[in-house]
Design a protein around this ligand. Structure first.
Ligand SMILES: Cc1cc2nc3c(=O)[nH]c(=O)nc-3n(C[C@H](O)[C@H](O)[C@H](O)COP(=O)(O)OP(=O)(O)OC[C@H]3O[C@@H](n4cnc5c(N)ncnc54)[C@H](O)[C@@H]3O)c2cc1C
Length: 403
């Protein structure tokens, strides 16, 4: 068993971890940094795994956040393929699965999420895929072949993106959706538009149904549904959500919130000198006056960077508005802000075709907005949300004018 001291220890090896290194190095050029990362990969971007990388359009070398030289040049020891198994916040130590113990001055937890497993018999049969890691995407990529029958369970972001990528690769895709339309959480305009886009590209969507079991059937699989259907498939992808990896924090007795780890506006947890970033961070939003935990790329990057700077002594509040994107065929969707419900939707443009955008109004303010191939509106709308512009006083411009 080895024992070692490091000024900064980072547990987790995703985008938040890599961004934290950047944040630390902006303020502290040579404090020692150790990353403990379970996957046998340096930090990489996950969005391509369901899109261009999956379709074979982007080489693996392009998905990494930084190359190996970056970590060497920045004096970072990246222990890849190593899992942190215990945290002692009083002794300020992290124990790793090979028995090594690291003493830290400042610790970052950025352990991200894993794929939620299908809660139905047969969810672990060979040929039933989940998508979270580069290795998962490699396996899927090898098996999505033109002409194959692909059944996708779940029409969230990953389900819809993989459905589009598989259809683009020539597979025959069936998408099983619990709701009445896909992406209903964005309101009727976006849901109708996106459902239409998928159908126009030949994807069969079965609405208001879900998988009850998966069985082996000859050389393939059969997905049985609660609605009584039998869907034959060569390959099944279950895209049924993500589960935050919070075991280490929970076992250490840290305060939890929103299925993640509770942090304040400085991304500091309930344990002294332990910061949290990325998918597992449940942070205080001053603008929305509530806790927020967001499982998206931009938030991982920004909270990672901010946590890194604060670990190096910046003590800056994290106030960046949540943002995410998705690419489905030639639809480039972006979403800014965060609302759970709304009083009114302001639709800009004709929602039966792109481009258009929708503003989500709550209590006379824009709480969030979605942009369908309308990237030029993102920054103006960011200002309107942050400045909490009154919708009543600006209605004609918000509906029809330049933003
Ligand atoms: C297929 C896919 C497509 C996506 N597409 C988009 C998109 O288009 N737009 C968007 O906004 N977002 C997208 N996302 C979400 C985005 O990628 C995540 O929000 C982001 O990766 C979160 O970064 P993170 O660093 O918090 O966690 P992760 O990227 O999950 O990294 C955490 C890492 O820590 C490791 N780890 C966990 N526990 C331990 C431990 N105890 N010890 C050591 N290591 C540990 C994990 O194995 C993992 O490698 C996508 C995600 C996926 C899976």
């Amino acid at each position: 068993m080895t024992e070692q001291n490091a000024k900064y220890v980072i547990v987790g090896g995703g985008l938040a971890a890599a961004s934290a290194v950047e944040g630390i190095r902006e303020l502290d050029k040579d404090g020692s940094i150790i990353i403990v990362a379970r996957e046998v990969e340096l930090p990489y971007h996950r969005p391509p795994l369901s899109k261009d990388f999956l379709r074979g359009e982007t080489p693996q070398a392009d998905v990494y956040v930084h190359n190996e030289d970056y970590y060497k040049q920045n004096g970072v020891v990246a222990l890849i393929g190593r899992e942190a198994v215990a945290l002692d916040t009083a002794a300020k130590t992290v124990r790793v699965d090979d028995g090594s113990v690291f003493h830290y001055d400042r610790l970052l937890l950025a352990t991200g999420c894993g794929s939620r497993k299908l809660d139905a018999p047969g969810g672990d049969l060979p040929g039933v895929h989940y998508l979270r890691t580069l290795a998962d995407s490699h396996r899927l990529k090898q098996q999505i072949i033109a002409g194959q029958r692909v059944v996708i369970i779940g029409a969230g972001f990953i389900g819809v993106e993989v459905a589009a990528s598989a259809a683009q690769s020539g597979a025959k895709v069936t998408l099983l959706n619990k709701g009445k339309q896909v992406w209903e959480m964005f309101g009727p305009q976006v849901a109708t538009f996106m459902t239409g886009v998928l159908e126009q590209h030949g994807i069969e969507i079965i609405h208001e149904d879900s998988a009850s079991a998966i069985e082996q059937s000859g050389s393939g699989l059969r997905v049985k549904t609660n609605g009584g259907r039998n869907l034959d498939a060569d390959l099944v992808l279950a895209g049924v959500g993500a589960t935050p990896y919070t075991d280490v924090a929970e076992q250490a007795g840290m305060k939890m919130a929103e299925r993640g780890v509770d942090v304040n506006q400085y991304l500091e947890s309930s344990a002294s000198d332990v910061f949290v970033a990325g998918d597992i961070a449940a942070f205080d939003s001053a603008l929305y006056r509530r806790k927020m935990r967001v499982e998206h790329w931009d938030v991982a990057q920004n909270t990672g960077k901010a946590a890194g700077r604060n670990m190096a002594g910046a003590h800056e509040e994290y106030t960046t508005l949540p943002y995410f994107f998705s690419d489905v065929f030639d639809v480039a969707m972006e979403y800014l802000g965060n609302v759970k419900d709304w009083d009114e939707l302001i639709v800009r443009g004709d929602p039966s075709q792109k481009p258009f955008s929708v503003l989500y109004v709550k209590d006379d303010h824009i709480g969030a907005a979605i942009f369908i191939n309308r990237n030029e509106e993102v920054e103006p709308v960011r200002k309107l949300i942050v400045q909490q512009t009154s919708v009543r006083s600006e209605r004609p411009r918000l509906q029809f004018g330049e933003l």
